[in-house]
Design a binder for this molecule. Structure first.
Ligand code: PGA
Length: 251
């Protein structure tokens, strides 16, 4: 059966020292507890190696927030999936709406990133979701379908089985607006139906689909209690250990 997951996404926040302090706080606050979900923290590249070492032996796993769409070579400033893997990170967020919007990451670029992450033993946390205008035009289903078809439905069932999906309505990210549990459940069920159609019921039943967008301690339980919502991808509320723990405790 699929896993429940609470994953943090620090985005472009925290110096190395601040990030180490946050990871230490989280490790301490979770010490001796047995969360009913997998706990992942997504950090900037510069934190990965240090934080992965720091949380070793704890319940916390580490994710990058991005990786390059090329394997290696003359791509100044880029960080490859192999490099991410070498830090001890096990996951890689791919296709976050901020990457799609500000860095023009297309379906094809994301398809390459997913492929490289998998080839290097990283589990992609693949993000999908519609913008406000698309929701207002009731196009959210068509949007997530195109995003899946464009970047991950090319995979075979074995590889697809390694992917975690994150549905993040762009209008809810960092805005304080959250999809209602009903809105989220409805589209999560639709996403799972697409996976069923493509890969069959077993793969779909095993696929964790996280919700992201202004998820916090006060609304996490209402969201996570739905049958097709398997956890959260958390931005703002992952930047303080107590806030993040409150979401983990929702399970
Ligand atoms: P937020 O971000 O929780 O700050 O809305 C979620 C995300 O972008 O992953």
């Amino acid at each position: 059966m699929r896993k429940n997951i609470v994953a943090g996404n620090w985005k472009m926040n925290k110096t190395l020292q601040e990030g180490v302090a946050l990871a230490t706080d989280l490790k301490n606050i979770l010490n001796g507890t047995k969360p009913n979900c997998e706990v992942i923290i997504g950090t900037p590249f510069i934190h990965l190696a240090t934080v992965a070492e720091l949380v070793k032996g704890s319940v916390i796993k580490v994710s990058a927030e991005n990786c390059a769409d090329k394997a290696s070579g003359a791509y100044t400033g880029e960080v490859s999936a192999a490099m991410v893997k070498s830090t001890g990170a096990e996951f890689c967020i791919i296709g976050h709406s901020e990457r799609r919007a500000y860095y023009h990451e297309t379906y094809d670029i994301l398809k390459d990133k997913v492929q490289l992450a998998l080839e290097n033993g990283l589990q992609p946390i693949f993000c999908i979701g519609e913008v406000k205008e698309e929701r207002e035009a009731n196009k959210q289903n068509a949007v997530v379908k195109a995003q899946l078809e464009g970047s991950v439905f090319n995979l075979n069932a074995e590889d697809f089985g390694k992917i975690v999906l994150a549905y993040e309505p762009v209008w809810a990210i960092g805005t304080g607006l959250t999809a209602t549990p009903e809105q989220a459940q409805e589209i999560h069920a639709y996403i799972r139906s697409l996976v069923t159609e493509k890969y069959g019921k077993e793969v779909a039943d095993n696929c964790s689909i996280l919700y992201g967008g202004s998820c916090k301690g006060s609304n996490a339980k209402g969201l996570f209690s739905n049958p097709d919502i398997d956890g959260g991808l958390i931005g703002g509320a992952s930047l303080k250990a107590e806030d993040f723990k409150a979401i983990i405790d929702a399970f």
